[in-house]
Ligand binder design. Structure first.
Ligand SMILES: C[S@@+](CC[C@H](N)C(=O)[O-])C[C@H]1O[C@@H](n2cnc3c(N)ncnc32)[C@H](O)[C@@H]1O
Length: 319
């Protein structure tokens, strides 16, 4: 898959967003493990429930977030079953799933908050006997997540999906052993909403449960940009709908409710290779997220703090 470089995380500050075209071939969820499945091109373009209006949702979302929700709703319809529905970097998507799976135990009840079309949710249940629920506030994402699940074949665990809002979760207190957020917090528009989501995660977690936060912070974005600037590369700015975590503020708030067990810089070497070195080899602005440099970058030891994706492992104290 070749995608224009500017269609990743960042754009020059004054440019409008242009979504990359969906891949020309069919791309199953967790393509590494499901080569035998066939997909119609139309799966990428049409929502399975074509009569569902774009604004249909059971969530009570703050008004200022509706434009972001509509962005994801449209993106869900456009990309269908493709992993690119949530992110074009398939290599890192898969790698993140592998990292997260190491924190899940057999029998865990897991919430994947902001699951998009269920790519990672299904990946986790494929490898771990967990009971995992994916929620997303974009109905198109949930429609395709269910379609992905229907086509996933044999799973080690069980999966269900439903429309829901991370800011007011429709689950009782103490329901889950693990709550996962992967680039969902950065779509909440403000630090205030990010804190509300953190409190919701705390509420639905059982005592001793883990909140697995794989997100982008201002600080790592600055680190990567400094490195790129030293190499003469353009400064990258967040997409219009992203509000990165301010790491010190987020962590000092989180520490009122959780114990910080680990900060895992699992993508640092990866970003150095793919966003500081690879740009010198990209032809016509077209980058290939599945090529050797991406795959190698994900598997090498991760050194430094230049990776945009970072995992914070937060534990709700046992009672
Ligand atoms: C960048 S995508 C990440 C998807 C998935 N976690 C992954 O890593 O592939 C962000 C997802 O969060 C969802 N989202 C954003 N805000 C949400 C909210 N308040 N409640 C539920 N889902 C939300 C969007 O619809 C989108 O599918």
């Amino acid at each position: 898959m070749s995608i224009n470089e500017s269609n990743f995380h960042f754009y020059p500050a004054d440019s409008a967003e242009v979504l990359p075209e969906p891949p020309s071939g069919a791309t199953p969820a967790d393509s590494a493990n499901s080569n035998s499945k066939t997909y119609n091109q139309s799966d990428f373009w049409r929502s399975p429930e074509t009569n569902r209006p774009a604004n249909s949702t059971r969530t009570d979302l703050p008004e200022e977030l509706e434009t972001i929700r509509l962005h994801w709703e449209r993106r869900g319809r456009k990309y269908g079953l493709s992993p690119s529905a949530s992110w074009v970097d398939e290599t890192m998507l898969r790698h993140e799933g592998v990292i997260l799976s190491k924190y899940l135990k057999d029998g865990d009840r897991v919430l994947d908050a902001g699951c998009a079309n269920g790519y990672t949710t299904v990946q986790l249940a494929r490898h771990k006997p967990v009971r995992i629920t994916g929620i997303d506030y974009a109905p198109s994402m949930i429609d395709y997540a269910n379609l992905n699940l229907g086509r996933a074949g044999r799973l080690a665990g069980s999966v269900s999906f439903r429309v829901g809002n991370f800011l007011s979760l429709d689950f009782p207190d103490n329901s889950f052993d693990k709550v996962i957020t992967k680039r969902c917090l950065i779509n909440l528009g403000s630090a205030e909403h990010q804190k509300t989501a953190l409190l919701e995660a705390w509420r639905v977690l059982k005592p001793g449960g883990l909140f697995l936060v794989s997100e982008v912070t201002d600080q790592t974005a600055e680190n990567l940009n400094r490195l790129r600037q030293r190499l003469g590369l353009e400064t990258m700015v967040p997409l219009w709908h992203n509000c990165y975590l301010n790491e010190p503020d987020f962590l000092s708030f989180a520490k009122n409710y959780f114990d910080l067990k680990q900060v895992r810089r699992f993508s640092s070497t990866y970003y150095v290779l793919t966003w500081a070195i690879y740009p010198f080899f990209v032809r016509n602005g077209q980058r290939n997220y599945r090529n050797l440099i991406h795959r190698l970058g994900a598997h090498l030891p991760q050194i430094g703090d230049w990776g945009l994706q970072k995992l914070f492992v937060l534990q709700k104290p046992a009672e």
